[in-house]
Design a protein around this ligand. Sequence first.
Ligand code: PGA
Length: 255
Amino acid sequence: MRKNIVAGNWKMNLDHAAGLQLFAEIVNLVKVDVNGNQEVVVCPPFIHLSSLAELVKSNSTVSIGAQNCHHADSGAYTGEISAAMIKSTGAEYVIIGHSERRAFFAEDDLLLAQKLDIVLKNGLTPIFCIGETLEQRNAGTHFDVIENQLKEAAFHLEENQFKNLVLAYEPVWAIGTGLTATPEQAQEVHAFIRSKVGSQYSIQLANDLTILYGGSCNPKNAAELFGQEDIDGGLIGGASLKARDFVDIIKVFNS
Ligand code: PGA
């Protein structure tokens, strides 16, 4: 089902006490200020997952997600975290293929295809990130880049698996830079993604797919971005580290 989702990606920020504090502030503000049918997801560093997931057990207004996972079930992979471990904390989402993972940890689409498989196998929802670099956009190849990312990492999935994905269009040039795609630029790519999914699977699945925008989203630009026909919410980095800003972005979907 197509949903409105606002997900915060804390990246590698906040020690345990600071993470608990920010999360408590977000939950309190969400209780008071959020009255729509939007879903709120917080994706903290791994060390916070269990505590935050425990806190939301009795409160379904906020869900928890991880920022990454390993592609194998288990084994001798020192320092890694498996999808099953994430599932066991009570978390429900995993970000896969964030551009920082692609750029700094050499994650390519073939590896990401395996990560999507293991996340789905464990009953978690992947938030699968795709998007072009500035050079690719300037060269006019952004549609090809995005189509290839979909084909190589995700189009091997069966329709009944793919329907469990959330996609996030994150132009790399807009992440953490203060540069935002214009609502028209973002809408154009979201519509393109939906049409590719429609031709690969079905129009029904494409219409039901949730596609988030990410890249310097903030309380000032969120309403215009989320107002676009094919934009169903956001993946928020920097602004998700400030409870007030994050909840002001979530509030865009209030009824
Ligand atoms: P940003 O990050 O909002 O800080 O640009 C977005 C993301 O990386 O998901």
